[in-house]
Write a protein that binds this ligand. Structure first.
Ligand SMILES: Cc1cc2nc3c(=O)[nH]c(=O)nc-3n(C[C@H](O)[C@H](O)[C@H](O)COP(=O)(O)O)c2cc1C
Ligand SMILES: CC(C)CC(=O)C(=O)O
Length: 331
């Protein structure tokens, strides 16, 4: 792990209420997948190409993945994250503790709106319209959550709702302020995605794809992009590491739409490995929360800056270009 990220994680652990730290840090079940997401990167090595004469000039291929309840990490919440994002795309969780319009107003780069399709179609449509009015540039439908994950740390703490004064602000006037006002529904299907496509002109991404056949379906249903993700090890503790699922999904998609990988990215080298295995960009979840908890806007900016710097450094050492053949197993 990048040492700056490790330092920010340590500081976040020290300053956060342990219940909230565990909400952010934890995973589902035995937390096997949580650990595997990071371990999968350690199982890979890079086989650099040399003497290529390429000077690296590359956009920063990173998005901020949607994570809920930033005010649990810092009083400025998503406003600090949005200010720190700069030109990096911020995927704002529908469970943000700042209304989406204020998140977009605080950001200088693109903001995408993450959506859990709600059982009541009127609530889903109201959220879509809210995202459109706010000026969001895309919708990201999370597909891996037919039910809430069972997070043992939260159950042990009895953490079921937000503290007084904090709310899932996008839901407040729709269903109420609390955590459980956001519903998960196993009835959500590809038909819902089709209806969303008809409902809005916003590009529609789908997040939480692991099976290559679902990636093909997603393309057939007209998505603008796919996020290969196991929700940071927070849904089913039996799935592969996100990185291990990536190559087959990238093959199935065959360049028709961009594929983003999230889960376990903790350094610039991890970004390089994910790109070499077929991702067009990566999403970062917890490191942003650690930066936010440790030092607000400055902390998030530091996370993005060190990842950018380290990624460019690794890319240069790899000869400036990444393809599948530069990733080998670390025996
Ligand atoms: C505290 C927390 C809250 C999250 N909230 C959401 C959410 O509201 N919507 C969503 O699609 N994913 C959510 N995720 C999953 C992230 O978008 C992302 O898939 C995951 O964190 C990536 O793994 P990483 O934390 O190892 O980078 C959440 C993850 C965490 C850790
Ligand atoms: C259940 C949501 C409110 C947040 C989420 O997706 C998560 O905690 O993983």
């Amino acid at each position: 792990m990048n040492p700056v990220l490790a330092e920010l994680h340590d500081k976040a652990r020290a300053v956060l209420d342990p219940v909230h730290y565990d909400f952010f840090a934890g995973g589902v079940g035995d937390e096997v997948v949580l650990a595997e997401n990071e371990a999968a990167f350690r199982r890979r090595a890079l086989l650099p190409r040399v003497l290529r004469g390429i000077e690296v000039r590359q956009d920063f291929p990173v998005l901020i993945s949607p994570t809920a309840f930033h005010k649990l990490a810092h009083p400025d919440g998503e406003l600090a994250t949005a200010r720190a994002a700069g030109t990096t795309t911020l995927v704002s969780s529908m469970a943000s503790t700042v209304p989406i319009a204020e998140v977009v107003a605080a950001a200088s780069g693109p903001v995408w709106f993450q959506l859990y399709v709600q059982p009541d179609p009127a609530v889903t449509e109201a959220l879509v319209r809210r995202a459109e009015r706010a000026g969001c540039a895309a919708l990201v439908v999370t597909a891996d959550s037919p039910v809430f994950g069972r997070h043992r740390r939260d159950l042990a703490h009895g953490f079921h709702d937000l503290p007084a004064g904090l709310a899932a602000e996008n839901m407040r006037d729709l269903t109420g302020p609390g955590l459980r006002t956001i519903e998960m529904s196993p009835a959500v299907s590809w038909g819902h995605l089709d209806r969303l496509r008809e409902m809005t002109a916003l590009p529609l991404w789908v997040k939480g794809i692991l099976h290559p056949a679902d990636a093909v379906l997603a393309v057939e249903h007209g998505v603008a992009g796919i996020v290969v993700s196991n929700h940071g090890g927070r849904q089913l503790d039996l799935v592969p590491a996100a990185l291990d699922a990536l190559p087959a999904v990238a093959d199935a998609v065959a360049g028709r739409v961009p594929v983003v990988l999230d889960g376990g990215v903790r350094g610039g080298g991890d970004i390089a490995v994910a790109l070499a295995l077929g991702a067009s960009a990566v999403g970062i979840g917890r490191p942003v929360l650690w930066g936010l908890a440790a030092d607000g806007e400055q902390g998030v900016r530091r996370v993005l800056d060190v990842l950018h710097d380290e990624f460019l450094h690794v890319l240069t050492l790899c000869g400036g270009e990444l393809s599948r053949d530069v990733v080998v197993a670390r025996c």
